[in-house]
Design a protein around this ligand. Structure first.
Ligand code: SF4
Length: 453
């Protein structure tokens, strides 16, 4: 209904029938704010990933780390290949190991099996650090994973870090927090003298399709050092240098804000939130980084660089805008920061967001989303497939931007799709990402295949 923004949670939606949903919309639920950061409703199908997945996706890109999943083999399906983080160094992180807990282990306990798995891993691969993830079954049978890891550390003289991540113990955002705790164990809590601090850490860029390299190249050209990425294309030695940074820049706010706050509290490193998706956000992020570092020459150099890059993209916008203008976008992504950037990025091409949802958005993200979207846009937290389907059809979305779980849904509805998640193989960040994004949404939406559907 014109003049309204609908704000609903899936918790509400799973108990709402069609009539009640219509009432909410007719009421123009500008509402007190979206109910978010809640457990997914039991029995409802949620698109959210589990706690273990949240922890694994953050820690997996550390290139010289080793990951042992203490649980049934099925949990190990979260491997490198669904993450797509690239490495400039070792590729140990691409392996995925499991203790493959079975019925006998459930009865007698899996601690001895885990200890043997760690020993074998250290002998065969000599990793610098081993992360041990306790998944649902290990959590249910009560294996003391912390004690097994501590004993292994003493035996082998390397870091063996437990990540207590049973999938049922919350949702993906809880996994992010656990990953942040594990990273702090690598980084340590000894502050570096602030007057000697230099450069920045980039938090929440996982080097998907080399995006960390793109951003690092921009920053290198501007004379800004990157101490380490957390965790894209990082290694244990680099991570240990993180306390030396003058500033933390947080790209994926959903997964990394808690860690940034902890680093600010324990190490005295301030942080800013950034996004390198879309022209507007990339320019503003680079400028804010330069300004936060406080060197006037760097600020001026950044301003000139951004103007040049924006000018170079003028023909791209001029070419694609007439083909995209007036079309309607549905967005369903992991965190709020990406959803916000996507709303702005679609606007750069004259497109409007008609449905915006996230898996782990925070109240402040939804406030920004609500301030950006046009009247009539549906805003959702932790949606399930039938909700996505309902609102995409109702709002006449021409394209859905989402992840691997949403792709079949869009295609079944005859709606174009843009993959903006872990497994994509082409970069969408930075100025080059603007070009790739425009090409992808144009080729997907304007494909002749839709005339046959
Ligand atoms: S929900 Fe539990 S069993 Fe399923 S992948 Fe997550 S940790 Fe493993």
């Amino acid at each position: 209904m014109p003049g309204t923004t609908k704000v609903r949670s899936s918790r509400e939606a799973v108990v709402l029938d069609e009539r009640k949903a219509s009432i909410l919309e007719a009421d123009g639920c500008a509402g007190p704010g979206i109910a978010c950061e809640q457990a997914s409703a039991a029995g409802a199908v949620s698109q959210r990933a589990c706690v273990f997945c949240g922890a694994r996706v953050v820690l997996n890109p550390i290139t010289d780390a080793f990951h042992i999943i203490h649980g049934p083999i099925g949990c190990s399906s979260y491997t490198w290949d669904i993450r797509g983080s690239l490495t400039s160094g070792q590729d140990l992180y691409r392996h995925s190991f499991s203790t493959d807990l079975s019925e006998t282990d459930v009865i007698f306990g899996g601690e001895k099996k885990l200890a043997r798995a760690i020993d074998q891993t250290v002998e065969a691969h000599a990793p610098n650090v081993v992360f041990v993830y306790a998944t649902c079954i290990a959590g249910v049978i009560g294996d003391d994973v912390g004690a097994v890891c501590k004993a292994a550390e003493e035996r082998h003289g390397i870091r063996v870090i437990p990540v207590q991540a049973p999938g049922f113990s919350g949702h993906k955002a809880q996994g992010y927090r656990l990953a942040g705790d594990a990273i702090m164990k690598l980084i340590g809590t000894t502050p570096f003298p602030r007057d000697k601090a230099r450069g920045i850490n980039i938090l929440g860029d996982f080097n998907l399709a080399g995006e960390m390299w793109i951003v690092k190249n921009y920053l290198a050209g501007l004379g800004i050092d990157v101490i380490t990425g957390i965790t894209g294309d990082s290694c244990c030695d680099e991570l240990a240098c993180a306390p030396q940074a003058k500033l933390n820049v947080v790209q994926c706010a959903g997964s990394m804000t808690a860690l940034a706050k902890r680093m600010e509290r324990d190490l005295g490193i301030p942080y800013i939130k950034v996004s390198f998706y879309g022209i507007e956000d990339t320019v503003s992020s680079l400028m804010r980084i330069a300004e936060a570092l406080g060197e006037p020459e760097t600020v001026e150099r950044t301003r000139v660089f951004c103007e040049e890059q924006t000018r170079l993209l003028d023909p791209v916008v001029a070419r694609y805008r007439p083909r995209l203008e007036g079309r309607r976008a549905a967005i369903y992504v992991g965190g709020g920061f990406k959803a916000i950037s996507l709303i702005r990025q679609f606007r750069e091409f004259g497109m409007d967001a008609v449905m915006v949802g996230t898996q782990t958005g925070r109240p402040e993200d939804y406030e920004v989303i609500r301030s950006l979207v046009s009247p009539g846009c549906v805003v959702l937290d932790d949606a399930n497939p039938s909700e996505l389907e309902k609102f995409m059809l109702e709002r006449g979305a021409d394209i859905l931007v989402g992840g691997v779980k949403e792709r079949p849904l869009a295609y079944k509805l005859g709606v174009a799709f843009c993959d903006h998640n872990h497994e994509r193989k082409h970069p969408l960040a930075g100025f080059v990402g603007v070009r790739n994004f425009a090409e992808e949404i144009n080729s997907s939406m304007n494909s002749p295949v839709w005339t046959y559907v």
